[in-house]
Unconditional design. Structure first.
Length: 250
């Protein structure tokens, strides 16, 4: 199962927008643009997030449309390309936001990107009064049974302290992800406890706050095993993603 966890956010304003919908996203690189096409003073936010697995075998791009820039998404599209170059497209529609802050997202999942064999999935996201995500439940088969759950703890400044993942809805924390932060609020280190093993990721940034390099340490011994390097266009969108599998600089 493709890891689901938290966005790295470079600007406080954008962090609040994206964190409050924290949906089906893993920590990686994100860019946000806002356009006010109708001139009503309420710009539409488009969030683009790209993520590559540690071994470089799976790439995922997520586009989130937030028409009012109020932190509640109107549409979510995931594009996933696996090691066999097979594309899966997941188109999500927000079907309900209730008074308790629970967002329901209905996904149409096109496993080959050819609009054939489309299946469904429904996810429910619970937020607190501040808009923080408390937990997310995922119904991968759209059969009414929850298959996966993420719960979140926060620091006093609103940054995410810990994510606890229940992989089979039995109430156990099968996977726990913790975060350390730099003084500017960017993520410095991400630690994952899973199956009795501890792994970690550490992050380097460009001067403009965008992620430059992610170091992957499979056993958190301080010696990274691989790294992922990002470059960007002038507008901040991702240009290249390179994976250094043995962390030798090439």
């Amino acid at each position: 199962m493709y890891s689901l966890h938290i966005l790295i956010l470079q600007l406080n304003k954008l962090k609040n927008v994206v964190k409050s919908i924290c949906y089906n996203l893993s920590s990686a690189v994100s860019t946000v643009t806002e356009t006010d096409e109708d001139g009503d003073g309420n710009p539409e936010s488009t969030i683009i997030k790209s993520d590559t697995t540690d071994d470089g075998k799976l790439n995922k791009t997520t586009e989130i449309i937030d028409k009012e820039s109020d932190g509640t998404p109107d549409a979510i599209t995931n594009t996933i390309i696996d090691k066999h170059n097979i594309t899966t497209i997941e188109k999500g529609t927000i079907t309900n936001v209730d008074e308790e802050g629970i967002i329901t997202v209905k996904f149409d999942v096109d496993k080959r990107g050819d609009e054939k064999g489309i299946s469904g999935r429904t996810d429910r996201i619970t937020r607190d009064g501040r808009g923080e995500v408390l937990d997310s439940e995922y119904d991968f088969y759209n059969d009414g049974d929850k298959d996966y759950k993420s719960s979140f703890e926060y620091n006093s400044d609103g940054t995410i302290k810990k994510e606890k993942i229940d992989l089979n809805m039995d109430g156990a924390d099968d996977k726990v992800i913790s975060f350390d932060y730099n003084p500017d609020g960017s993520v410095a280190k991400e630690m994952t406890q899973f199956g009795g093993a501890l792994s970690s990721k550490t992050y380097e940034y460009y001067d403009n706050g965008l992620v430059k390099k992610v170091h992957h340490d499979k056993n958190d011994d301080g010696e990274p095993d691989s790294s992922t390097i990002y470059t960007y266009y002038d507008n901040g969108n991702i240009k290249t993603v390179a994976v250094d599998n043995d962390n030798d600089g090439t």
